[in-house]
Design a protein around this ligand. Structure first.
Ligand SMILES: Nc1ncnc2c1ncn2[C@@H]1O[C@H](COP(=O)(O)OP(=O)(O)OP(=O)(O)O)[C@@H](O)[C@H]1O
Length: 343
């Protein structure tokens, strides 16, 4: 468990005090992938750098598994840092060293024997999918491969925690996905806690179980990713959710659907953590002899199942439609709202 208590970092800027991180309080469970999202300048990087004390806090505590990181002396801090790996947006690799030598670097510093180093480096190269590239230099690698080296290096000393500072922001969407999948794989295999900062909600959606939203140095909202997607409270959170879901639920859209739909009933289906959204439509259609047309909507996958809204048109006899609706309401976790009888 990681506990952040009253953590603050103030900088002096033009004789004024800038509150980059302002009284942060968070609890992060062991083994989870915890996302911190915020726009540029929100204080995310400063926060993540306070966790391993790359930045010294103005006040407050960081406690990892009962060890107060913020009160450690420099010797103790050096040892504690072996248990906190970090990866960066621009990879921070050593350009004059090969892939193998970059990954071995933290092991050399930790005084690991040559034989053991070589064994561990081979394991890591295999883990991050870089077999065959051991002797390449960073300049010969793609962005995704460079980040794989960064990840292998961060994992060399078998840390308990991995900090990811905008680790996919310099990568194209496809490479981003492959790096995110690698992080999920590592999280499951090594049971390590991942704290990831980003300004992209799809990164949170894809791999995080919990999220905190930062604005002006403060956490303005936090919770399970599904809950935050379902009921974003703060304007900034709503904007982030719209990055993924769009903003298609206004009355105008619904009115248009009603006008354009000639028969049957229009239903709004809200999926929250559902794993079988496609199966539901075909199941209801088969079971009740109704036709279901998907009119519009968006379903997206999170770590805890599907989330989103579908507008559908259901055609059939009134009594049958009623039974089908009752089935959806009573037998599934999908929330149903009958919008309107089409004319
Ligand atoms: N060393 C520093 N000295 C002075 N001000 C700083 C320093 N580091 C960060 N800041 C300021 O603190 C605020 C938060 O910066 P931070 O980099 O943590 O935000 P961020 O959310 O990570 O944004 P970005 O994604 O753009 O890096 C900004 O206003 C920044 O200018």
């Amino acid at each position: 468990m990681i506990s952040i208590e009253g953590l603050s970092k103030f900088f002096k800027q033009d004789k004024k005090q800038l509150k980059a991180v302002d009284n942060l309080n968070l609890k992060i469970n062991r083994g989870e992938i915890y996302g911190i999202i915020g726009y540029s300048g929100a204080g995310k990087s400063t926060f993540v750098r306070l966790i391993n004390r790359l930045e010294e806090p103005t006040s407050g505590k960081v406690i990892i598994d009962n060890q107060e990181i913020t009160s450690l002396k420099s010797n103790e801090l050096r040892l504690a840092r072996r248990e906190i790996g970090m990866i960066f947006q621009h990879f921070n690799l050593l350009w004059s060293r090969t892939v193998k030598e970059n990954i071995a670097f933290p092991l050399e510093i930790a005084g690991v024997s040559k034989e053991e180093r070589e064994k561990r480096v081979q394991e890591l190269i295999h883990l991050v999918g870089l077999t065959g590239r051991e002797n390449a230099y960073p300049s010969q690698l793609s962005g995704g491969q460079k980040q794989r080296v960064g990840i292998a290096r961060a994992l060399a000393n078998k840390p308990k925690v991995l900090l990811c500072d905008e680790a996919t922001s310099a990568l194209d969407p496809e490479t981003t996905n492959s790096i995110l999948e690698l992080l999920v794989d590592i999280n499951a295999k090594m049971k390590l806690t991942i704290i990831l900062i980003t300004h992209e909600m799809h990164v949170i959606r894809k791999i995080c179980s919990s999220v905190a939203v930062m604005e002006n140095g403060k956490v303005v909202e936090q919770g399970d990713v599904l809950n935050v997607f379902q009921k974003p409270q703060q304007p900034v959170t709503k904007k982030f959710v719209e990055q993924v879901m769009g903003n298609n639920e206004d009355n105008e859209v619904i009115n248009q659907l009603i006008t354009n739909t000639a028969s049957g009933k229009i239903l709004r289906l809200q999926f929250i953590g559902e794993t079988t959204n496609q199966a539901l439509i075909s199941e209801v259609s088969r079971k009740f002899n109704v036709d279901i047309n998907i009119l519009q909507g968006k379903i997206t996958q999170t770590q805890h199942g599907a989330f989103g809204t579908l507008y559908v048109q259901m055609n059939g006899e009134n009594e049958v439609i009623k039974n089908a609706c009752q089935f959806i309401e009573n037998e599934t976790s999908v929330e149903l709202e009958v919008i309107e009888n089409a004319i």
